[in-house]
Design a binder for this molecule. Structure first.
Ligand code: SAM
Ligand code: SF4
Length: 431
């Protein structure tokens, strides 16, 4: 979501004649868009500002803005502690960015803009064309969260759940496709909680499925509790919807899920997976895990490992529990560091084995790959298969923006390597 936000910030600032530079020394304004989901986020900001300070030791400093969730959570403290920062802008206030930059150009007072004004934000953003012309582009449809999982800062930093109007979303999607985008990834902290008037995420998927020249649709991140039957049906019926679903589970133990306030059991999670597999037999899953959540016993942990083996998630993001200030779980007794690290190590080893086995099976098979850009040189191309696996091929033909059948020849932990399958040559007629 930060990547989407950063691109939209760029679209906005273009209106006041700012442009992107890859050379930091040239910058008149430096914007750091931040994430607060796990610890050390604030330290990273101070560290990054230190780096910028060094770059500008002998020159006029740029306007320094800290955007995103660290700005939201630590706004006043950041301004107080690091005088080099000119303004902080929370994730629901970045439509204010041009006013803030212009004010700072005129050396007004330091600015703390951390209101939750999500309606105003999207109203302003709708006036600015989304200029993304990547082959695969994000599109935010929903923001914020009302679920209040006990470990998570999102409800405090991004605010309550808000869904954009479907008309705005479809108009932005069409803009993106006109720019050459072939794949749209719908975004939301709880994307499947999308609800606008009587429209749900499944309605959006059916509408996007009709957009000519849009080839692929994905969405992330879903909450298992909001996985309704109409959405499961959409996986069967929307042929552009890709067969990989990121469905964070966090833990394999119902007791821990309850303690986390996830509002579903492991049995309900497995039921959703089974229903999806029935409707879409090729579907695969990826997930997020929190290891060593307070109160996690050896047996709870083993249930998480078992779940990984049972579902065979083809990708997973796992971290030890990180106590976030202001969240209820921050007050719980932490599992000691040594045990937490050991469990994470064991879990990630199992996850790696699952992934290795899956990737080995892909070698010698064919994949449908949407190519996005050049990889190492002009004749190597990077793309993704239907399951979001990275694929690299060599080719003399420019493959960017095309979907090709690729024979996978080898793989490493992160990338598949292959060659484009050429169409059968017409048989020569016997004389
Ligand atoms: N809304 C999504 C859901 O509920 O599944 C997840 C969004 S959250 C921004 C992304 C991931 O960060 C979570 O799935 C969780 O695994 C991880 N996460 C969030 N807070 C965490 C914490 N305090 N410690 C460790 N991991 C955390
Ligand atoms: Fe955080 Fe997701 Fe839980 Fe919301 S549903 S509080 S975003 S983990």
């Amino acid at each position: 979501m930060n990547e989407y936000d950063s691109n939209r910030i760029l679209d906005l600032t273009r209106k006041i004649n700012y442009n992107l530079t890859k050379n930091i020394q040239e910058a008149d304004c430096y914007i750091l868009n931040t994430c607060h989901i796990r610890e050390k986020a604030t330290e990273k900001v101070y560290h990054e500002i230190g780096r910028v300070k060094k770059e500008f030791r002998t020159k006029k400093k740029p306007i320094i803005l800290i955007a995103g969730c660290v700005a939201q959570a630590e706004g006043e403290v950041l301004l107080e502690k690091e005088k080099y920062i000119d303004a902080v802008i929370g994730p629901q206030s970045y439509h204010e960015i041009n006013r803030i930059i212009l004010d700072r150009e005129n050396k007004d007072k330091k600015i703390n803009s951390t209101e939750f004004d999500v309606i105003e934000k999207f109203d302003q953003l709708n006036l600015v064309k989304n200029s993304s012309n990547k082959i695969s582009s994000f599109l935010t449809i929903q923001e914020g969260c009302d679920k209040f999982c006990k470990f998570c800062v999102v409800p405090y930093t991004r605010g309550p759940e808000y869904s954009r109007s479907s008309a705005e979303i479809l108009s932005e999607a069409k803009q993106l496709v006109e720019n050459g985008v072939k794949e749209i990834i719908l975004l939301g902290q709880n994307v499947n909680a999308y609800s606008f008037k009587n429209l749900k995420l499944s309605n959006l998927l059916y509408s996007l499925n009709e957009i000519k020249d849009l080839e692929r649709i994905r969405y992330t991140t879903s909450h298992p509790k909001d996985f309704t039957n109409d959405l499961i049906d959409a996986h069967e019926e929307c042929e552009k919807l890709m067969p990989l679903l990121h469905l964070p589970v966090q833990s394999g133990s119902t007791k821990i899920l309850k303690n986390m306030n996830r509002n579903h059991s492991i049995e309900e999670y497995l039921e959703t997976i089974e229903k999806l597999k029935k409707k879409k037999p090729t579907i695969k899953f990826s997930s997020d895990f929190i290891i060593a959540y307070p109160g996690e016993t050896k047996s709870d942990f083993e249930q998480t490992v078992l779940l990984m083996k049972q579902i065979e998630f083809i990708n997973s993001y796992s971290f030890t529990f990180s106590a976030r200030p202001g969240t209820p779980a921050a007050n719980l007794k932490k599992i000691d560091d040594k045990t937490a690290k050991e469990r994470l190590f064991i879990f990630q080893r199992v996850a790696d084995e699952v992934k290795k086995k899956y990737r080995k099976e892909l070698v010698h098979s064919n994949a449908k790959v949407l190519f996005e850009n050049n990889a190492r040189g002009p004749n190597t191309f990077f793309g993704r298969d239907e399951f979001f696996n990275s694929v690299i091929v060599n080719s003399n033909e420019n493959l960017i923006g095309k979907i090709k059948k690729v024979k996978i020849q080898s793989c490493n932990q992160n990338t598949l390597f292959g060659e484009v399958v050429l169409k059968d040559k017409p048989k020569e007629c016997a004389a």
